[in-house]
Structures are given as structure tokens and as C-alpha cells.
Design a protein around this ligand. Sequence first.
Ligand SMILES: Nc1ncnc2c1ncn2[C@@H]1O[C@H](COP(=O)(O)OP(=O)(O)OP(=O)(O)O)[C@@H](O)[C@H]1O
Length: 240
Amino acid sequence: MSDPILTLKGVKTDIAQYHILHGIDLEVPRGGVTMLLGRNGAGKTSTMRTIMGLWTPRAGEITLDGTRIDGLTPSQIARKGIGFVPEDMGIFSDLTVEENLHLAALAGRPSPERMDWVFGAFPALKTFLHSTAGNLSGGQKQMLSIARAVVEDRALYLIDEPSKGLAPAIVATLARALKDLKARGASILMVEQNFSLARALGDTAAVMDDGKIIWTGTMAELSSDAALMERLMGLKMETT
Ligand SMILES: Nc1ncnc2c1ncn2[C@@H]1O[C@H](COP(=O)(O)OP(=O)(O)OP(=O)(O)O)[C@@H](O)[C@H]1O
């Protein structure tokens, strides 16, 4: 692949005494959405956390835009240009929505244009700007979590299962916001178990199993091949 934004080469991660990632080789293209897919426990979240520096790899190299980032702390990695939406949302429950957004901006206050875009994508955040984040609904917390990652331009966004546990109407709002982010030319690596959302947003896909990448290709290729999906992920579904 020409000029990927993120490259993982032979990345191995241990959690406590367990070998979890067994040598991840992955290239994330510049621009567009790469879906990281696989069965439960395949290692998708561990891969995201390793890229973000929340787990330190035992071996291998991680390169963002030509610069090695493995071994850096999560805050150093954020400053290199990665926005992270963790599976557990990572918001400050005791702070207001506004405070959460301001703290997420690394370069000072987010620009008014950027805030307008965020509020356009997630109107509820404007309504509840001065409310404590802990009092938001589950869907609003997820919107805040995504808004925190996109409050400034980043070289790459890591988004871990944004639709988890959300009602369909909220998922539709999320899908629109992520499509909009993609249309702005963003590079996104995303874990998503909701396959119709993955299919709607994904350009390329990487499938994991047991701590390894077992397949890479286009999302169209994967989603049009029911036998392949069943073999790779145990998914049985309509492909039309
Ligand atoms: N803190 C931890 N301590 C021990 N083992 C862990 C820890 N976190 C993850 N694991 C193990 O690492 C493996 C990969 O987990 P991971 O959460 O990365 O998978 P996943 O593909 O994201 O799964 P899911 O779709 O269920 O979220 C699993 O076997 C899991 O039990």
C-alpha cells in the first residue's frame, strides 16, 4: 500500500502473563475508514490500546506518518496526532460537557468553527453543554466521547465499537457524524460489531483472530462473500 498513515509490523503485546497479540502486521491507509473486525476476544481492543500506548508492545514497530510511536506514553501518542474513542468512552463524568470538550483539545480552546461542526453532528451536546457528563444518557455519552476525539483535526482516529449498546436512532446519528468525518478526508481505524454499520462506513477491512490479522481486503469484497465472512468471523448473514 502506498504511504499508509499507520503501520504495525510484528506487534506482540502481553497482558499480565498472557500473550495476547501474536505479531500484528497492519497498514491503515491515509484517508478513509479501515474496519478492524473479528470474533469476540480476537484482540481488536488490545490492538487499539497497544497503538494508543495503553499497552506497551513486547516486540514490533508502530509507525504513525513515518514516526515510530511504540514505547511512547498515551499522552505523547495523542500529541503525535491520534484521537481515541475508547470502548468505555473515557469521559469525565464529574465535569460538564463543555469542560470535557475543552480538556480534549490539545492546542487550547477548540475553534468556534470546529465546535459548530461538532454541535451540528451532535445537537444534544449543545443542549446539555453545561450539564454534568455523568447525567447524560448512554447515547449522549457516546456522542461526547466521539466529540472529544474530533474536537481538533487528528492524523488518525481510533474508534472502538461506537455503536455498542445504543438504540438504532442514536446509531443513525453516529453513522451520519462518522460519514461526515470521513468525507472531510479523515483517516479512521474502527472496531465495529454492528456489521451493517461496518459495511456502510468501511472502505478496507482487516479481520483478526486469536491475536493475529488473518485477512485484509476491501469491505466490499468481504461483505459480498457470505462464505468468507462465516469462515473468518462466524457471521451468518444476508449479503444483499
Ligand atoms: N486486562 C486484561 N487481562 C487479561 N486478559 C485480557 C485483558 N484484556 C483483554 N484480555 C484478553 O485478551 C484477549 C483479546 O481481548 P480484546 O478485548 O482485545 O478482544 P476483542 O477482539 O476486542 O473482543 P470483544 O469483541 O469481545 O471486545 C481476550 O482473550 C481477552 O480475554
